[in-house]
Design a binder for this molecule. Structure first.
Ligand SMILES: *Cc1c(COP(=O)(O)O)cnc(C)c1O
Length: 371
């Protein structure tokens, strides 16, 4: 699905130099590399504050803690997503309220959000699924009208750009009150271990986030509230700092591969290519097909026989997960997500795909449609 070895070979010198610098300085925790990378990512994203943390899940949890949400407060999330989004809501004693997604973009349904709002709703956590922004202009307008916080789960969408009706463009993660991203190795900007970050333009929120991530203290050994220990370590920051200058080129490579796939599959009666959000670019964390009237498992097996990996992201939506059973929800409540779980198939998508590989993959996929 990804090819991190080849990518590393192309940037080996920069990466190795960065790691070596950290080791020889022995500044492993909160070293200068972390601050440098945060500053560079602020410049890249246009976010006033970037705060590195241990991983993307921590980023989401810390974001909800920084907003001061209380047990019983409702947080709206899409049902079709990676589990971390709702997990942190549940862990904090908040109530996840799930809504369906749009069939074409697979992103959270704005109509669904409108219908899910109650007097207890405090926040919306849209997920920019597979690499394109949810309909943020509409979501921010709903949030404003109902006085809600918006925490963007931009773990899959770093570098995606959203354009508002007035022509302003903002990056994924910098539109809501807080944005969260992950540097998990296979993410679009991945490190060589775990890492994550929060984005905010709000000075007070930035201070709270830093304190929460640091055991709940502004001043060392003076703990004002219960926090967590979550840090981006210096070696990972050095790796990310070496990779950040390549991010635009990496995104372009992914978009190029997606264009190849789009063209190869367009018009096939069994394949729907990814639909586009009208106002967002797509950075293709995943390239996800919807297969119509074919046996997905047979396709997956047929591809595997030729050494082509393919994955189902995601096989079970939130409201059907055992750990998230809730008397308010039952099978059939979110028909789009339930249809997607049975027909999505993600193909290899990374920065190193060449035309020969793409031709091999698309030829095999198309052949399996004719069986
Ligand atoms: C990867 C991911 C996360 C979690 O990131 P980790 O760094 O693995 O904790 C959260 N939400 C989404 C949508 C993700 O893809």
């Amino acid at each position: 699905m990804v090819d991190l070895q080849t990518q590393y070979q192309h940037i080996k010198q920069e990466i190795d130099r960065g790691i070596e610098e950290v080791i020889s300085s022995a500044a492993f925790i909160k070293g200068p590399k972390v601050a440098e990378f945060q500053t560079h990512l602020e410049t890249y994203t246009g976010s006033k504050h970037v705060i590195g943390v241990g991983n993307g899940t921590d980023a989401l949890q810390i974001a909800l803690m920084a907003l001061g949400l209380k047990p019983g407060d409702e947080v709206i999330t899409p049902t079709f997503t990676f589990i971390a989004t709702a997990e942190v809501v549940a862990l904090l004693g908040l109530t996840p309220v799930v809504v369906d997604v749009d069939w074409d973009t697979m992103n959270i349904s704005v109509e669904g959000i409108r219908k899910a709002i109650t007097p207890k709703t405090k926040a919306i956590v849209p997920v920019h699924l597979f690499g394109q922004c949810a309909d943020m202009e509409a979501i921010m307008a709903i949030a404003k009208a109902h006085n809600l916080f918006v925490v963007e789960d931009a773990c899959q969408a770093i570098g995606a750009k959203y354009t508002f009706a007035d022509g302003t463009t903002k990056q994924a993660g910098t539109i809501g009150h807080i944005g969260c991203t992950s540097f998990f190795p296979s993410k679009n900007l991945g490190c060589y271990g775990d890492g994550g970050a929060l984005f905010t333009d709000d000075d007070a929120l930035a201070e709270s986030i830093k304190a929460i991530a640091n055991h709940g203290c502004f001043v060392r050994y003076h703990h004002d509230f219960v926090g967590v220990n979550s840090r981006l370590d210096s070696i990972q920051a050095a790796i990310l700092d070496a990779k950040l200058p390549h991010l635009d080129e990496y995104i372009a490579n992914r978009q190029c591969a997606a264009a190849y796939y789009d063209q190869a599959f367009a018009g096939n009666p069994h394949i729907l290519i990814p639909g586009h959000e009208a106002h967002s670019t797509h950075v293709y964390h995943q390239y996800t097909l919807r297969l119509i009237d074919v046996n997905r498992e047979k396709v997956k097996e047929g591809l595997a026989e030729h050494g082509i990996p393919a994955m189902v992201y995601y096989p079970i939506p939130l409201h059907l997960q055992k750990a998230y059973q809730d008397p308010r929800y039952k099978a059939g409540d979110f028909p789009v997500a339930e249809r997607l779980m049975n027909c999505v198939l993600s193909l290899p998508m990374h920065t190193e795909l060449d035309n020969e590989q793409l031709e091999f993959i698309t030829t095999n996929v198309l052949e399996l449609m004719n069986r």
